[in-house]
Write a protein that binds this ligand. Structure first.
Ligand code: UFG
Length: 327
């Protein structure tokens, strides 16, 4: 199958792309390299460009016989979305709609969308299942929810078949060591902890230890990026096999606190480093744990990396290697 991967040079996109190539699919990657790394594109055709460029999209769909689109190109920082909402509505909704128009006009039938647990907001109950109400607390989550609603209408009106994947906390790196997480600036817990273990940072701050959790720090559901990648492959193949549109959570179903992540990282890296408790970060729910039974039932998805130590070990291997050279 020939698949267009938008954002395929990014952290999650590059792992998705690798998985598609391993499964024997033909790929075209479209990425504007605003955050991604060209080195992360391990095969297939690469086009540097923007999902907002309609002419470019039309030329891609005319030149290549694209059957499915996996759309990951987006801005994804919760904090930034609350300072610059226009950027998020523009890039994650308006430009994504431009892509969707080109998809429909060019008769592409299958669309996999990279969504987020941030669509739920503060959970009323955990584990969070797909039927949980969606009340995003930040613009990032809201921008993804808007696009999910657009997809639903495009299915009703144009017959577009889509799967929306609501990721919990993506973590880890491909064990082969060529690709991994490299954000600039970095805001995510595991890479920051590992940068502290490497001495790149002086200390790690725990953002609040007065939450109503087992040890006072926030609890999250960490899912290995290769397990996320598998879900995209299953999703696009299921659509091509006639599966109906749907929405799925993606997490492991285990909750680890910030303190547990730090302790596990100390064990994996065999390094001790300074840890300081600081103020809560705005907009952080206390506990986010996924109920992912639906994707297991419907698509046969199973995470390979259930255990935090294994997830952090793959990230540590990547961080020790120094990451991408274009950094
Ligand atoms: N944290 C710290 N110190 C740090 C960095 C993070 O204590 O230096 C804490 C955060 O407060 C949070 C936890 O570690 O409690 C995890 O934080 P991350 O920034 O790694 O991840 P988030 O849970 O905030 O965000 C992730 C994705 C978002 C997505 C969100 C869904 O990165 O894209 O889950 O809720 F929107």
């Amino acid at each position: 199958m020939k698949i267009l991967v938008t954002g395929g040079a990014g952290y999650i996109g590059s792992h998705v792309l690798k998985r598609l190539l391993e499964a024997g699919h033909d790929t075209v990657t479209l990425d504007n390299l605003s955050k991604g790394h060209k080195e992360a594109v391990l095969g297939g055709k690469f086009i540097e460009g923007d999902i907002g460029d309609k002419e470019l999209l039309d030329s891609i769909f005319t030149e290549h016989d694209i059957e499915g689109v996996i759309h990951l190109a987006a801005d994804s920082l919760v904090g930034e979305s609350m300072e610059d909402p226009g950027k998020y509505y523009h890039n994650n909704v308006a430009k994504a709609l431009n892509l969707l128009e080109a998809v429909v006009e060019n008769n592409v039938n299958y669309f996999v969308f990279s969504s987020t647990a941030a669509v739920y907001g503060e959970p009323e109950a955990v584990p969070i299942v797909e039927e949980h109400p969606t009340n995003p607390e930040n613009v990032y989550g809201e921008s993804k929810l808007f696009f999910e609603k657009i997809l639903k209408r495009y299915d009703e009106i144009h017959g577009l078949k889509y799967i929306s994947l609501r990721y919990f906390n993506a973590a880890g790196a491909d064990p082969e060591g060529k690709i991994g997480e490299a954000h600039d600036p970095e805001t995510h817990l595991i890479p920051i902890v590992l940068q502290t273990a490497l001495g790149i940072r002086d200390k790690i701050y725990i953002y609040g230890d007065d939450y109503p959790t087992k040890d006072g720090s926030c609890v999250r559901d960490y899912i290995h990026v290769n397990d996320l990648a598998d879900a995209h492959l299953l999703a696009v193949e299921a659509l091509a096999d006639g599966k109906n549109s749907d929405i799925y959570n993606l997490g492991c179903g285990d909750g680890y606190s910030v303190k547990e992540v730090i302790e596990t990282a100390k064990k994996v890296t065999q390094k001790d480093f300074e840890v300081e408790v600081s103020e809560r970060r705005a907009g952080d729910p206390a506990v986010l744990i996924a109920g992912s039974e639906k994707i297991k039932d419907h698509l046969g998805w199973q995470p390979e990396y259930q255990d935090l130590e294994k997830i952090i070990s793959t990230a540590w291997k990547w961080h020790k290697s120094g990451g991408f050279r274009d950094e």
